[in-house]
Design a protein around this ligand. Structure first.
Ligand SMILES: *Cc1c(COP(=O)(O)O)cnc(C)c1O
Length: 376
């Protein structure tokens, strides 16, 4: 018996890539963002499916993720988006033309420029996120230094801070204006034909003028909306919504059954007390496996087309469910954590609502310890 497993729909992922390719009209390329174990879905599995579905590039956060992908996909373009700690000590790993590396500082450019073969160097511009990148004020002097030292630059990037959070997009538009200004500054110092990229899932859908040479799509690759505001913004623009297909289902099996009388307590802290004779099922999934503990007494899973309520606290490796209303429950019966059963479904967005967070956090916290199974 498996404790739990992830089922990945190849056709859903293909459909999501195709949706973006349609939106991009062949004018911009598509980078599939597979950082953080492909948002909990499984790094190597999703990278393979994405490339097969026509993704042009793969995007990751760390050098470790890039190295794991490189051994499986020797030719793929891999964009590293996070700042690389101890770059000087580890630079030799990056001597490969198909690593595209986003940097923020002069010394990183000097380090990467010394490699043979040389990876592509993309300069990050901070246009309002205040995370990585160089600010627009410092850019002219940096560009001047790069030109004087004959250092190379292959791309220029920025990242929007709050497209997902609003239906009013003036902050993003200001960032776009600054980004275009940054591109002109670099061009005026002789850096032409740079690969320009700015948009993640939401901005790629909402702002045609922010798509540039390629877009970096994470959450929507997996069939999830960046936010309700993104959906609303699109519909306000008269554009079609409901076009993304969830890639992941997370399933488990009943591990143990108990019959409780009225008035019995369930779980740590005795936070739940039965009010009727209760059939209780235990499933082998808890907060270690990636369920948020805030789902304690707060949420449900699915069995045989019905909702089954979470009773008591989520434990480290187990969760208790009320299956009183499910006929003929047996050990080994399938339980759906994310996905569909009959006419019912539970989504990462439901968990996000129940636990006051975003679907990004819900899926990335799914543990990597159990198998990813590709369907279709
Ligand atoms: C994670 C990330 C993305 C992808 O964002 P989504 O909202 O998941 O599409 C794009 N660009 C950068 C720099 C990122 O860190």
């Amino acid at each position: 018996m498996l404790s739990s497993w992830i089922e990945l729909s190849a056709s859903a992922l293909q459909s999501n890539v195709a949706t973006y390719k349609r939106v991009l009209e062949g004018k911009s390329k598509f980078a599939a963002v597979v950082k953080s174990n492909a948002y909990g879905h499984g790094l190597l599995e999703i990278a393979k499916l994405s490339l097969e579905a026509g993704a042009d590039y793969l995007g990751v956060n760390s050098i470790e993720e890039a190295v794991a992908l490189r051994s499986e996909f020797p030719k793929a373009v891999i964009l590293i988006m996070g700042d690389i700690p101890l770059l000087v000590q580890r630079k030799e790993i990056l001597a490969n033309e198909n690593f595209w590396i986003i940097v923020s500082r002069l010394e990183q450019i000097e380090t990467l420029a010394s490699l043979h073969p040389r990876p592509k160097i993309h300069l990050k511009i901070d246009t309002g996120m205040a995370r990585l990148g160089t600010g627009i004020q410092a850019l002219s002097s940096l560009a001047k230094t790069l030109a004087e030292k004959k250092l190379p630059l292959d791309g220029v990037a920025t990242h929007f801070a709050s497209t997902e959070d609003f239906t009013e997009h003036s902050y993003s538009h200001n960032q776009l204006v600054l980004f275009k200004e940054a591109i002109s500054i670099l061009e005026s110092h002789g850096f032409q034909n740079l690969q320009r990229h700015a948009s993640s899932s939401a901005s790629a859908l909402l702002f045609p003028e922010a798509r540039f040479d390629f877009v970096r799509v994470g959450i929507s690759l997996y069939g999830l909306w960046p936010s309700l505001e993104t959906k609303l913004s699109l519909s306000q623009m008269g554009r079609q919504v409901g076009m993304l297909q969830p890639v992941l289902q997370w399933k488990t099996q009943v591990q143990h059954l108990q019959s409780l009388q009225t008035g019995q307590f369930v779980g740590y802290g005795s936070t739940f007390k039965t009010t009727y004779p209760t059939k209780l099922a235990v499933v082998p999934v808890g907060y270690f496996e990636g369920l948020d503990r805030k789902l304690s007494n707060n949420g449900y899973m699915l069995m045989k087309g019905e909702r089954v309520r979470i009773l008591g606290r989520i434990c480290m490796n187990m969760t208790m469910l009320d299956v009183t209303h499910i006929p003929d429950v047996a050990i080994g019966d399938e339980v759906v954590i994310f996905g569909e059963s009959g006419n019912e479904k539970v989504t990462p967005d439901d968990h996000a609502t129940w636990t006051n967070t975003i679907n990004y956090e819900v899926v990335t916290r799914i543990s990597s310890v159990f198998p990813r199974i590709i369907r279709e």
